[in-house]
Write a protein that binds this ligand. Sequence first.
Ligand code: C2O
Ligand code: CU
Length: 461
Amino acid sequence: MIHLDSLALAAMAAALSAGCSGSDAAPQLTTRSALPTLASLPDENPDPGALEVSMRAETATKQYPGADPTEVWAYAGTVPGPLLEAKVGTELTVHFSNALPEATTIHWHGVRLPAAMDGTMLMQDAIQPGQGFEYSFTLKDAGLFWFHPHVRSDVQVEKGLHGAILVRGKDEPTVDHETVLVLDDVRVNPDGTFPEFLDDASKMMGREGNVLLVNGASGPEIPMQSGALERLRFVNVANGRFFNLRLEGHTLRVIGTDGGLVEQPWDTDTLLIAPGERYDVVLIPIGEPGASITLWNDPYSRGHGTTAAAPEALAAVRLADSVAPTVRSLPSAFPAVEKLPAPPGDVPVVLGEKFDDKGEVVFTINGQAYPNVPVVQTAKGSVRTLAVKNDSDMDHPFHLHGFFFQRQSDTGTLKNKDTIIVKAHESMALTARFDEPGKWVYHCHILEHAEGGMIGELDVQ
Ligand code: C2O
Ligand code: CU
């Protein structure tokens, strides 16, 4: 393992923070736009147990603040892509067509499905321009999931290809309003183009944008009502940015995460969400009718001396002119999550970084970069524990396709996760039941890290 030169890294870190707060930063907004409603697609199947949609990936134009119009890549013409909403148990069919100038696939992040539908190139050929593919699978779990390409994901997701899937179960709390919030950032040049080449800091840390976005808008107003029970469903679709949320003067109650509701909700003043993760929170906002409450993105250092700048205003909650008519209370318990057995970690997954002979940073698993990472074989139905160890100086959001995992010795309530922050030099035991055959991947969800080698393969037979 080559040790990284700390001076070079400090310089990269400085460049990274300068890039985020310096001259190419987005101008401060004086007026706020309303939170965009996520698009939806018409259901082509009258069967209430089925959701069948047609969706095309295509180029579109989007206006980011402080820049000329940008050519984006979009599902159904919108960034973010459409929100797919269904009940648990629904058979989802997506007639997908690729009108992009390059090949793509769709990966259904967090959804437990047959491997052939997972959208990795281990299981399907990339869908060429002008071609299509029919994705079809049952939505087995309630929760907020999302979809994005698994080909050149660092480029394709950044260009706008991502959308959310909201699956409702039978234990949903009764709330006054529920809002899906897609958190993102993009790096756009003043002429509206995306930078063609990554600077060293972005290669090292994953690219962070100069425009922060909530449902595709910069600094929007999220409508809420004082005294009402509000439910917010967050997904972070950014390439590299971690969002560390804080709603001025309010505590958030976390009721669920990637794999659905948790038995014991917990309260927090800040909510850290890495790329790929989801959180489900409730709150009862309190304030004067009409008041505006800032949703901050607080500094968080994810390693290599990236001292983040000051808090940034991500959005504002705008309270309605009326208050909720009756007293609400926050939900405090949900049905128990089934606990997996906890065998010792016998699948080593060491996350590392090194420089190759050309001086380019390479991200590794067990010392190798994909596709040279040795394949993990496991029997169908086996319960195995990944001994994940972060051997690098920065956090990596570890993501497993196709299965939820549970962190052994997790503090607090049991959680089904598919993406988890493994902090710099942290180790953790993650247990999953590999009950679906096929070839799967696991990887860091900083997309520049995944594309830079931090992907491993898992073969369940
Ligand atoms: Cu959302 Cu393989 O990733
Ligand atoms: Cu990483």
